[in-house]
Design a protein around this ligand. Structure first.
Ligand code: ADP
Ligand code: MG
Length: 246
């Protein structure tokens, strides 16, 4: 039982999600997938390619209602939900700044967003159009748009794939800077173990398809102490607990 007034976590209990093709072939993507993310926690869903991670996010975003089970999203901030996908999906005829502001409710469109553009290293790019941005910069703009809304929960679907490792690493640090400034409950999907260990408070480890949670790995160490040596230790203890996960 949740005590009255306590922060409500993200709670997921999906019994079954099965896709049915036009030819009648069925693919069960999720079966008995249950996990929780505490309020204000940054969590990763870690699982192999094709196991059902994006399917899970689509369900939590309300984009797919064809499943059995239930979930509960964190409350607060008018229950706003924000998402960052692999594709930045910016409006091409609007500047970076306009793209970010258009995500805001009308009465907050003029808000001071200097801190946000600063912490994502976008101060000099506010008046650029999406076509003028590299993929890395476009992803930063998508992050800015998501954080600008100050959501009660933030979903991210592999936001660092297809970037060279240096750019990805810089983006991970920027994400942590901006998230630490305004921590919000976040669930990020990734198949990258090192990335999950670097960013997470909690890692929900998924099986191959149909996805269910193999277990939870809590990283209690503050992020600023996760040096390369410490990361090696974290990797080792993770592998001890989940020897079959790569
Ligand atoms: P992940 O994000 O973990 O890589 P997905 O959630 O995208 O995996 O997909 C999980 C499984 O469900 C895959 O086998 C995929 O082929 C299948 N799948 C996803 N979307 C559909 C769909 N619209 N129709 C049929 N099968 C789908
Ligand atoms: Mg996916």
């Amino acid at each position: 039982m949740q005590p009255v007034g306590a922060a409500v976590p993200l709670r997921v209990d999906i019994a079954d999600k099965t896709f049915m093709s036009a030819e009648g072939v069925s693919i069960t993507a999720l079966r008995d997938l249950s996990f929780e993310v505490r309020q204000g926690e940054f969590a990763c869903l870690l699982g192999p390619s094709g196991c059902g991670k994006s399917t899970t996010l689509r369900i939590l975003l309300g984009l797919d209602k064809e499943f059995t089970g239930s979930f509960q999203l964190p409350q607060g901030a008018q229950n706003r939900v924000a998402a960052v996908f692999q594709e930045p999906i910016l409006l091409p005829w609007r500047t970076v700044e306009q793209n970010v502001r258009l995500a805001l409710p009308k009465d907050r469109r003029a808000a001071d967003l200097d801190w946000l553009f600063d912490s994502l290293g976008l101060s000099g790019m506010r008046s650029l159009f999406p076509a003028e941005l590299s993929l890395g910069l476009a992803r930063r703009a998508a992050l800015a748009r998501a954080f600008a809304t100050e959501p009660a929960v933030l979903f991210l679907d592999e936001p660092f794939v297809s970037l060279d490792e240096r750019t990805a690493e810089r983006l991970r640090h920027l994400l942590m800077d901006v998230w630490s400034a305004r921590p919000t409950t976040a669930l990020m999907v990734t198949h990258n173990l090192r990335e999950a260990l670097m960013l997470s408070d909690r890692i929900v480890v998924l099986s191959a398809r149909p996805a269910h949670a193999l277990g939870v790995f809590d990283v209690r160490l503050p992020r600023q102490y996760r040096s390369p040596q410490v990361m090696d230790d974290l990797l080792r203890s993770f592998r001890q607990r989940f020897p079959d996960v790569h």
